[in-house]
Design a protein around this ligand. Structure first.
Ligand SMILES: Nc1ncnc2c1ncn2[C@@H]1O[C@H](COP(=O)(O)OP(=O)(O)O)[C@@H](O)[C@H]1O
Ligand SMILES: [Mg+2]
Length: 227
């Protein structure tokens, strides 16, 4: 259905090895895949199977040690370009000394958006995600679920075409986890963006129609299932 040129990302025999010699760790090995526009992919697999490394490679944040990655549907490599890829990192990533709106506005400011405009766009993003009332809180004043919704807001404030969420629900209870996934799916729909969510949780994975499974650094299966 998708022509090759419209793929957001195409990976061909992609590999990433950390270290060398006897200490080398093969994190990702010969992964070939394509992320079509509008994709809603759950990336599953046990801890250490290479999910974070693959997401970082797809996001252009990690150097390849083999193969090639191209971003034809994104107009080329995403590095240093605003509004292309939004990343939600595994683990806490909000800056503790900045309040919520400052955290969400920060990447926009780094991209050269004037501060008043960045704050306005951050405020509108918080509003769209239903968390406007958190704007002046510090990260330490947020619950886990609220923190992750702010991390989603920060990732989508630049209106990216591809959203990469690395275990965004890993430390949340079921209710908060379900809410964060809803927010991600709504943001992806609103932006007409592709979405990849890595997760351990089968219930979370079942919220997305496509599933990629990793084992030992390889993409061992790709399935489409009905919701
Ligand atoms: N920066 C790094 N340096 C060395 N080894 C790493 C690094 N990042 C990941 N690894 C190793 O690569 C493998 C895959 O890790 P990762 O991509 O984090 O898997 P997952 O996200 O599925 O838990 C693991 O064995 C991990 O220890
Ligand atoms: Mg990981």
């Amino acid at each position: 259905m998708t022509s090759a040129d419209s793929a957001m990302v195409r990976c061909a025999q992609v590999a990433r090895t950390f270290g060398d010699g006897a200490a080398a760790v093969v994190a990702v090995h010969e992964v070939s895949c394509e992320v079509p526009p509008g994709a809603r992919i759950a990336l599953t697999g046990p801890s250490g199977s290479g999910k974070s490394t693959l997401l970082h490679l797809i996001g252009g944040l990690e150097t390849l040690t083999g193969g090639t990655i191209t971003w034809p549907g994104l107009g080329g490599p995403p590095h240093g370009r605003a509004g292309v890829i939004g990343m939600i990192f595994q683990g806490p990533s909000l800056l503790p000394t900045l309040n919520v709106i400052e955290n969400v506005a920060l990447p926009l400011r780094f991209d050269g958006v004037p501060s008043a405009t960045a704050d306005d766009r951050a405020a509108r993003t918080l509003d769209r995600l239903g968390i406007a009332e958190l704007a002046s809180r510090l990260p330490e004043e947020l619950s886990g679920g609220q923190s992750q919704r702010v991390a989603v807001a920060r990732a989508v404030a630049s209106r990216p075409k591809l959203i990469l969420a690395d275990e965004p629900t890993g430390r949340l209870d079921h209710r908060a986890a379900g809410h964060v996934i809803s927010v991600l799916l709504e943001a992806a729909d609103e932006l007409d963006a592709a979405l990849i969510v890595s997760t351990h949780d089968a219930e979370i994975a079942a919220r997305l129609p496509q599933r990629w499974t990793m084992s030992d650094g390889a993409l061992s299966s790709r399935e489409v299932h009905s919701r």
